[in-house]
Design a protein around this ligand. Sequence first.
Ligand code: HEC
Length: 149
Amino acid sequence: MPGVPSLAGMPAEFTVLQMILFREGLRNAAPMTELARGLSDAEIEALAAWYAALPPGPPDDLPPRDPALAERGRALSARHNCGVCHLPDYRGRAQMPRLAAQREDYLIHALTEYRDNRRVGTDTQMNGIMYGMPDEDIAALAHYLAHAP
Ligand code: HEC
């Protein structure tokens, strides 16, 4: 749904860590904070394993690809080493989420939150990477990644 990330194909470790951040009130995103409350570690691990095994997106309502914007996003991704941590095909690994075929609107939201220090994770790497990035660059990155196979 608009604004809601796709979970299929996410590395299990990423989902586990985010659910724990929600449960402990360290990451706030209604309604997740409420939904995660009371889940045991074993239940969170089972949920994460289930989602990790599902084939990922793209969403049905993926906006059409704009080749110039996607090319700009590709160049920005190369310059900022996004594929070093998230892997060259953006499938994610360990605590680093899948970015390929993620919702464009959610990517813009997540990247803006890191930039503005409204989201912190288990570390501050993403906040450092996004520091000072203009909205136009965030839009280009999100467009490129949403269309990555
Ligand atoms: C040094 C390693 C590293 C690099 C480089 C990196 N990331 Fe990340 N990224 C992470 C980690 C670790 C997380 C999970 C952080 C957390 O717990 O919030 C993350 C999370 C994200 C998320 C949140 C996704 C979600 O589902 O909530 C997005 C979007 C993202 N990264 C995009 C990018 C983009 C775009 C770039 C390049 C501009 C990039 N990352 C570069 C390590 C990295």
